[in-house]
Design a binder for this molecule. Sequence first.
Ligand SMILES: Nc1ncnc2c1ncn2[C@@H]1O[C@H](COP(=O)(O)OP(=O)(O)OP(=O)(O)O)[C@@H](O)[C@H]1O
Ligand SMILES: [Mg+2]
Length: 230
Amino acid sequence: MTLQLHQLSKQYGTTRVFSQVNLQVAQGEFVAIVGESGVGKSSLLNCMAALDTWSEGRVTWTGTDGQVTDLGALDETAQALWRRAHLGFVFQAFHVLPHLDVAQNVALPLMLLGRREPQRVDELLAAVGLQGLGQRLPAELSGGQLQRVAMARALVHRPALVLADEPTGNLDPATAATVMDVLQQQTREHGASLVLVTHSTGAAARADRVLQLRDDGLHPMAPAHSVTAM
Ligand SMILES: Nc1ncnc2c1ncn2[C@@H]1O[C@H](COP(=O)(O)OP(=O)(O)OP(=O)(O)O)[C@@H](O)[C@H]1O
Ligand SMILES: [Mg+2]
């Protein structure tokens, strides 16, 4: 599969956020997106997931069967079904459901697909260092623990494309490195693609490509090996 952005632009009212964004994410590729706060990274990631609308341009998805889907041409139900089937999304603000316990939150994507795989849920909880916390409610967790619940939930159903918005933003360096290991290992294992929005040079250094979002588009950054690895 590939995800493609063609000349994408986004504005809120009369305020332009970004324009001329072109990107092709190949199968199995790990792309990091960096950029100043407020430049539109979360907005761009939301557009890639068809969770937000854009002003101009197109977002297309080419499936393993070669069929091209124009995400902007789908209605909301079809977009939701596309996300359910292909996407894992780690939200910057977690978006865990407060009335479900940790294990139920992580199992949600599986449940929506009619799958029940408690072992897989336990495997992911252990991988992100939350073993034994499955019965806790989100209110009983720290910010960094919630972030790891959000990550486990994005990976549990082995999606073809994982979009992660600052997934290490609330973590100490050691936990951040562990969580990045999980993210990379899980996506690599299933040949999934990963788009990571991050302020962390360490996390970005792991990517195949680092792109900087500016108001006039995505620009290649210096090779990752020039930054200290995490
Ligand atoms: N619903 C909205 N209505 C109007 N403006 C918005 C809305 N959401 C975001 N913005 C503005 O759009 C711009 C891009 O926001 P966005 O959240 O995408 O930035 P970001 O690059 O992810 O920043 P950060 O690194 O702080 O997370 C910001 O200037 C923000 O104020
Ligand atoms: Mg953001």
